[in-house]
Design a protein around this ligand. Sequence first.
Ligand code: NOJ
Ligand code: CA
Length: 671
Amino acid sequence: MILRILALLAAFVPAAALAAERECAQSPGKVIEVCVFVEGGQALYEVRRGSVTVLAPSALGLGFAGEPDARYSALTAARRGASDTSWEQPWGEQRIVRDNHSELTVTLTGDTPFNKAVNVTFRLFDDGIGFRYGYGAIPAGRAVSVTADRTQFRLAGAYQAWWYEGLGQERDEYLYKQTDARRITLAETPLTLKGANGLYLSFHEAALVDFPSMLLAGDGAGTLSARLMPWPDGVLARKTGPFTTPWRTVLIGDSAGALADSRITLNLNEPSKIADISWFKPGKYVGVWWEMHLNKSTWGSGPTHGANTANVKHYIDFAAKYGFDGVLVEGWNQGWDGEWIANGEKFSFTKSYPDFDLPAITAYGKTKGVKLIGHHETAGAVPNYEAQLDDAMKLYEDAGVSTVKTGYVRHSGTITDQDGGNEWFAGQYMVRHHLKVVETAAAHHIAIDAHEPVKDTGLRRTWPNMVSREGARGQEFNAWGVPTNPPEHVTILPFTRMLAGPMDYTPGIFDIVHGKDEVTKRVQSTLATQLALYVVIYSPVHMAADLPENYEARQDAFQFIRDVPTDWETSKTLAGEIGDYVVVVRQPRGGKDWFLGAVTDETARKLAQPLSFLTPGKRYEAQIYRDGPGADYRNDPLAFQATRQQVTSKDSLTLDMAPGGGTAIRFRIVD
Ligand code: NOJ
Ligand code: CA
């Protein structure tokens, strides 16, 4: 009885009575420790991993219009907790996700009305942390403007960084550069670093909802500071109190693979809001797409219009013959003629070009078990799209379409809002817009694959119809990029962009050269690499991007694309160094086989890969798709071999990769 009263008392002790200057918490396995404290009017946190300081004391807090910068005088440990649960993804890179974390919420006492009582909640995992602000002192219904984000990440030690300049006009479609982390000017996230101390870090955010996307600015000395993508008037975020922010995350591991296999981003998102997502099935698709990027046909109307009924039926036949679920068709709708990027408001999302017969196509597809994958290119004319959104989704729903690819080709910073303002591609306006699209689509049982998207922050957990997105330089750059993607690009993505979530990279180009003499004007990989990418890059919807005739001509390699699934029981990154190579294995959901994908940069590499991930005591046939003798992405990209051998978990295989090469393996269980 006395104990119960004491417990009750403890729960009701006024916060001020517990005010302290420093509160610390450790991750469940005591790997990571975070301390929060108040000093000289600043609220600060620091992060350690074992005896290594990862982040030196770094500032916390937001600033608001109409208030001076807050000074903090004390903090209270408002709540502590721990939780070890598992949850199931409806589809994904891993079916069961474990969420094992400890939690510390402190309340900061600030000297301005909105900063009077700021909750900062830290979640600590053994492979990183997340924290977010709760501005609970802002009165209900009170509109506020966030004008500063004071959050810092002060690196302790020397780090290399893989990054590209934030706020560029091509959004996230840039090649990564590798520099000393002190040379970062303004970087997009996920921002991945490798330390001289052997640690790998990645800074990002989770559950980016109704808030601007975060960039990180460097100061030349190793401090990274949050920068939020502003509204046209310079305000960073418009909120109504009280509110919480997205989570700021730091993945911390002792290998590059540890970052890739972290599930922190998903764990920091809310459970699904969609009761029944069974209508979305992961799968593979082909499409009227690469032919436009190669200038063999056009999005707009005319004699070489790609999206004509006969051509689409040809793709449907091909898809049905080889077991693909979907056919993407771009350029089906009116508005592509002329300078479509400049005239996005002319797009109709319900009116087809006369040579594209939507009912006939979907009916034909139905007889063959192939669905049309819809396409909405907005050219960044968001109000025009929003005005038609519901009708557009309904049209597709009625036609039996269950996945729609969206697009926002327009220079970042010139996306028009309904007031004529110029928006960044991932400010609060666009963050709201993308969610509106996903919610509207969900109501129509449609999944979204967004190109030129806001970066992924794990929202697929909450809206599992947000299935994939672009958000990096994809295969399209290998048609017309200046230059095209160099071999190292696909060895950087798994440790940078892919930490955010699935990517619609559109692998599988077999006609690597596509008529170009210069290597920097065509695909810079071997044929085997194109296969390996189906495993290396995770997406629940993967395209076989090349033209049907190029697959028909290479059945030996095509077999792997036919066999590889896009939904997994589990995934592991077995080896890798950022910008050098990566080896990934995945086991199909509900299956016993395993699939391996490995890619290297421009350097040939022989990797001895133990097969200990296979089930002990079982025999497998390893169906190996590898670079052939003399293969080299520069002068012999098509040298290729498909071989088979029996293996067990006790064996090891040598992954022998050419410059720009790769290996794809299906381990088919024998007995
Ligand atoms: C850019 C997308 O990334 C690409 O896949 C698409 O074909 C074009 N926009 C046209 O919408
Ligand atoms: Ca793009």
